[in-house]
Design a protein around this ligand. Structure first.
Ligand code: ZN
Length: 332
């Protein structure tokens, strides 16, 4: 197991619990809508379906938000944070690349703001998770880190020299669409053999089907459960996914040399399966010196909601105001 960064975790002060944000985590088939208070507590959570029609999907999401708003009398909603499986152009705020969502050009921010009359901040899910880790103090003292989110696809976000990297049109960090095998399976982006076609949760389900030699529709959660219940094919499928997650770190490690690679997604709940395989691959790919630490995020499938909430909270008090001063936690 990798060790945590130096320093004890800082202690959260109890902050104004009347201030809340609405956090939304959008996936290709469903979105989770939640309310989160300033202390990071989830107050409510609900799942709504998402389709390839952005307008009707957004209507279901905003209707859910309105129901939650009505359930919080006396609370002040600070804003709405949205974590997306795609890239948002920081200049236009439009979703410019979301191959797994398959939405045409759509002004999601404008549509939600019009309905909710609240400010909306949107970000790529991996970037939102990275912002949550940076503002939460988890990688204090670290100047080079990469967040890898593993779900229906594989997303990444880059923190280099102490700064988030956006790139032209906000497209920096699309390592998930670097081909591991240019003659591999078609990818949702239109190319072939991208990292995510080998390393996503969809890939793990495909490996499982191939091993089972029968078509069976199960969820990734069910696959994780089957592995824990002793299903050897499920365990093999997850091990294969872990191997490819590790192999796909090659351009990240060689190109950016991060000291920490954070991993978010449902796979973190089975880290005893994934961690050792990914760490071994990362060590083999490291050209000089110690390999990057591979750290799972703590919150499993709610990490992206934490990230969405952090998009709103980052505009509020600084980390110093959010955390009790703890000299022992200050990095050397
Ligand atoms: Zn691709």
């Amino acid at each position: 197991m990798a060790t945590a960064p130096r320093g004890r975790p800082s202690t959260l002060l109890e902050l104004n619990v009347d201030l809340v944000v609405i956090a939304v985590d959008i996936h290709p088939k469903q979105a989770t809508v939640a309310t989160v208070d300033l202390n990071g507590r989830l107050l409510s959570r609900s799942v709504v379906p998402v389709t390839s029609d952005p307008a009707s999907s957004t209507r279901l999401i905003t209707e859910c938000m309105l129901r939650m708003q009505r359930g919080l009398p006396g609370k002040t909603i600070e804003g709405i944070g949205v974590a997306l499986p795609g890239r948002i152009d920081p200049g236009t705020h439009l979703l410019v690349f979301a191959p797994n969502l398959q939405w045409p050009d759509f002004d999601l921010k404008g549509a939600i703001e019009k309905k909710m009359h609240l400010p909306v901040t949107m970000e790529n899910a991996a970037t939102a998770c990275l912002i949550a880790e940076v503002t939460g103090g988890r990688i204090d003292g670290i100047r080079d880190a990469v967040m890898v989110t593993v779900s229906e696809g594989v997303g990444t976000s880059v923190f280099a020299n102490g700064q988030l990297i956006n790139g032209l049109h906000g497209m920096a960090g699309e390592f998930g669409h670097i081909p591991l095998d240019p003659s591999g399976l078609p990818c949702s982006c239109g190319r072939r053999g991208c990292w995510e076609t080998f390393a996503s949760c969809r890939a793990a389900l495909r490996y499982y089907q191939e091993l089972q030699s029968k078509a069976e529709t199960i969820t990734f959660h069910e696959l994780l459960n089957r592995a824990e219940e002793g299903d050897q094919h499920a365990a093999q499928a997850l091990a294969q996914q872990a191997l490819y997650i590790g192999r796909g770190l090659a351009p990240i490690i060689a190109g950016l040399s991060p000291s920490v690679i954070l991993v978010a997604g449902d796979i973190t709940s089975a880290w005893h399966r994934f961690g050792p395989i990914i760490e071994k691959e990362a060590a083999a790919l490291t050209l000089v010196g110690t390999p990057p630490q591979i750290l799972p995020t703590h919150d499993g499938d709610i990490e992206r909601l934490r990230g969405a909430a952090a998009l709103v909270f980052q505009r509020r008090p600084t980390r110093e105001q959010l955390h009790q001063s703890d000299p022992a936690a200050v990095m050397a």
